[in-house]
Ligand binder design. Sequence first.
Ligand code: DP6
Length: 338
Amino acid sequence: MNQTSVSLISVNDWVSQILGEAKHKSPAAQASAYAPSNIALSKYWGKRELSFNLPITGSLSISLAEHGTKTGLSVIDAPMHQVILNGKEVSANQSFSIKVSQWLDRVLPNVLKLRVDTHNTVPTAAGLASSASGFAALTLATNSLMGWQLPERQLSALARLGSGSASRSLWHGFVKWQAGEQANGSDSVAFPLEHQWPELRIGLLTVSSQKKAVSSREGMARTITTSALYNQWPQQAESDLATIETAIIAGDFETMAKTAEHNAMSMHATMAGAWPPLVYWQPDSLTQMQKVWQLREQGLPLYLTMDAGPNLKLLFEAKHQSDVEAAFPEVQVITPFG
Ligand code: DP6
């Protein structure tokens, strides 16, 4: 799998092309935006191109309603951007600040510096995809501050430059990110699915909210280059995505949730087959997983999915919420179509 193929156009040239004259518009004094976090039901794990952050496969997610990121931007008279995360200033040499500043420097005129005040309502870097809501909120807030008025597909592509899963976080509900084929990623964008599922519930089981040791970016690269199990992944991911999309349209919970769990377990198997082994789980993750499987054997239609972290996300329908809460008193239940 070649994940380093060189694009014919640089990211900066592509950004200048899509922004055109808008890049030099005068900014408003301040702007803010909210974006929900999201959980992939069919996962993105693997990049086909690094500079544009292009995925090997498509993916499909559900957004987490009020769990996400609110970002305020204001213009400052300073030599560098200033990044505040949950009320605390993040120093310029930390990876979070660096990523945010790099993204801003790509899309803004050189002289323009911002104060970025960002609040997460999900734990940062605990596998709850806060980079997704973070870059989506930053993209929406910048669009508003700069008065770009860009079409949503271009906003999705700009958010993707910051973090792949951010391309899916511009909307609520089910969102599909198509892999695309273009070298500049102009067709590697997400869009919302029309279908709603008011009875769907997501349960967050937080095993740890510590920052993960290996970033998704690094984890994906390691999996692709060292895990023989990865060879089967792209095919499974595309087929799972199609099955999940069809099940969503049909309102078929069992097929949707079963395929999502199988997809997550298969992704984690490709990671475990990497060298050095990549295991994001902790002992408590496995304890909780076994509990889910036991409850399922006893007849409760309860499924799980996990991202690059130790936390579980449970999938179930409203009619089983009290059973799930009884089994997991600590669960945080989200109503994605609330
Ligand atoms: C396991 O979007 O965080 O959550 O593009 O390198 O920022 P980067 O990766 P990121 O990866 C998400 C991986 C995942 C699956 C998913 O959300 O689809």
